[in-house]
Design a protein around this ligand. Sequence first.
Ligand code: GDR
Length: 356
Amino acid sequence: MSKVALITNISGQDGSYLAELLLKKGYTVHGIIQQGPFLNAEYFSDNLYVNNPDFRIHHYNQSEISNPGRLLALIRPDEIYNLGIPSGTTTHSTLASVGISVLRMLEAIRSQGLEHKTRYYQASSSTLCGLVDGMSVNEMVTFSVPSADAVAQISDFWTVVNYRETFGMYACNGILFNHESPRRSESFVTRKITRGLANITQGLEKCLYLGNLNALRDWGHARDYVKMQWLMLQQDKPEDFVIATGVQFTVRQFVTFAALELGIKLRFVGKGIEEKGVIAAIISPVAAALKVGDVIVTVDPRYIRPAEVSKVSANPSKARRQLGWAPETSLQDLVIEMVLADLATAKEAARLKLYG
Ligand code: GDR
């Protein structure tokens, strides 16, 4: 009998990669889509999904989500991956929906008598640590200085720990640092950069406007991180893990790598809000319409955050030590994959613009 998994927010970046992974492993995958009626066809175009009886989507409204018992009774999942809400959802709705849904999901597992069958994964992020500049995060971090967002995540985190310790449930938290991919939303800086620069090479945009170029982030590939989420549920005992690469780069470096992949060598001039990225050399025909000296990156004060956490490092050594997990994709490879995907889209958009 194949294992049954339930993934919430399956149409998001992580949900779609996780669904791919589990289907390849022979699972029957049930996914809940929380907002809007559509499955993101772009992510699910693979023939893994088409007419696949092992892949089921449930379109739920808010009240159905907050009452998941019926679905659990129906599918009796071996594993639940609660990926929560799409990133970027506002704080009020975060508190109103996510904090409660974790509790309701765990309660529903118990009320259906599944507490010794169903393993539960809760997606948390480094936000829950109440990040302060310069701090290093491992699983022992004390949650302090919380932002409003962190309050919701801290509540979820301890609810999971509480159910694990009080009811002996197999429930764990993944504390994920930034994880990106071509499926990342454009509201995050990596995708904004790869999409913006690809559009510029195709004449669809002139300049990319960014905030703090000095911000340091630990960026991994979402596809690697969902493997870790799965691994967390395959152990003898449930534990919480930091999921990160342990390596940091600045936003400026990310822009530089992405531009290079598009055949543009950038030179940064000026400081702070005066800083600009100027084309120093064109080294490939992809950017043939551009010329040396063009300003294609500009710092725009509107994107500078008032309370910026510009430097936080992650310590994912527990994942490596205990689960043998290490990210497989380097930042350079991640950048290449994202740039190539956005370049293909930009070329198509430019072609349509030209020929209609
Ligand atoms: P982050 O991701 O805030 O770390 O949260 P984001 O990509 O938004 O920002 C990363 C860094 O880039 C700087 N930056 C810009 N950011 C955006 N979005 N747009 C810009 O134009 C821009 N210019 C510079 C930011 O100031 C920041 O320093 C992500 C989310 O997934 C969270 O949900 C999660 O908790 C953390 O990662 C771990």
